[in-house]
Write a protein that binds this ligand. Structure first.
Ligand code: FE2
Length: 275
């Protein structure tokens, strides 16, 4: 590794930006791999799921059984009432998840890049392990809002250890819906926990009443293609809708420390990839 990584401020701010840690070619290879998955994907294969009368239940099953698979997830309202895509497939996908790091050769070799392990260790994960990967499209015009949340809500460990690695596949700006994070301040304890019950129903449990920050009080993280943003599981963050005509592709990894106890109530129970 020839790029010095300065971790100053991570403890205080809850996040770290490493500008252009990866080169454009590396990002374009991932983009190409993601577009290839979409190209191969037959939306008719999931038509039954999205046209069923019990839509919410089957949609939830599609999500809950995706932890060890590569699946395409659609933007809200991508389908019409008959279960047909309302617009072109390539512009209808919200994200691909959640085992790209295990199953796709391009994403797997990227996830095993020594730079990622190095940063994880620098930031305190003694035994980093990847639980989840997602390729996020944030489509032009229709890429929806992602509300305020903390990622430890979905990857609870005791003690909390999850770090999110967010790679800018394309330039991310305020205009195309970049990440926005809470300004440094007093500790913001875990506000919600997403629980998967034994009968595969799910519940978002509220743990305290402190309100989320105001949107206009957030710090936007505008970053260039190839940059890495790492943030801890307690950092509140959101992204606004993408109203521009430019996509904002990103790849994310959720990494915990194997020396902590991963909750049996987390929705995702696939075997993690040690790095
Ligand atoms: Fe998040």
């Amino acid at each position: 590794m020839n790029k010095e990584i300065v971790t100053t401020g991570f403890q205080e701010n809850g996040y770290l930006v490493i500008p252009e840690l990866f080169c454009a070619t590396e990002m374009e290879a991932l983009q190409c791999a993601a577009l290839g998955i979409v190209e191969q994907f037959d939306p008719e294969s999931t038509r039954a799921i999205f046209s069923t009368q019990d839509h919410d239940k089957t949609k939830n099953e599609y999500f809950l059984t995706s932890g060890d698979k590569i699946r395409c997830f659609f933007e809200e309202d991508a389908f019409d009432d008959d279960g047909h895509l309302a617009q072109d497939k390539a512009l209808s996908i919200n994200k691909i998840g959640h085992a790209l790091h295990q199953l796709n050769p391009d994403f797997r070799s990227f996830s095993l890049d020594p730079r990622i392990k190095h940063v994880a260790k620098l930031l305190g994960l003694q035994a980093p392990q990847i639980h989840q990967s997602m390729y996020i499209f944030k489509q032009p015009k229709i890429g929806g809002v992602v509300r305020w949340h903390q990622d430890a809500t979905y990857f609870y460990t005791d003690p909390i250890s999850v770090l999110t690695f967010w790679f800018a596949i394309e330039d991310a700006t305020l205009v195309n819906g970049c990440l926005q994070v809470r300004k440094a301040g007093d500790r913001f304890l875990l506000k919600e926990q997403f629980i998967r019950h034994s009968d595969d129903t799910t519940e978002l449990v509220t743990l305290h009443d402190k309100p989320w920050p105001e949107d206009n009080d957030a710090t936007p993280l505008e970053v260039k293609k190839g940059s890495l943003v790492v943030f801890d599981g307690l950092l509140p963050h959101f992204s606004a809708p993408n109203l521009s005509d430019k996509s904002r592709h990103a790849f994310t990894l959720h990494i915990t420390c194997a020396t902590t106890k991963y909750a049996e109530t987390n929705w995702l129970q696939a075997t993690p990839l040690a790095i």
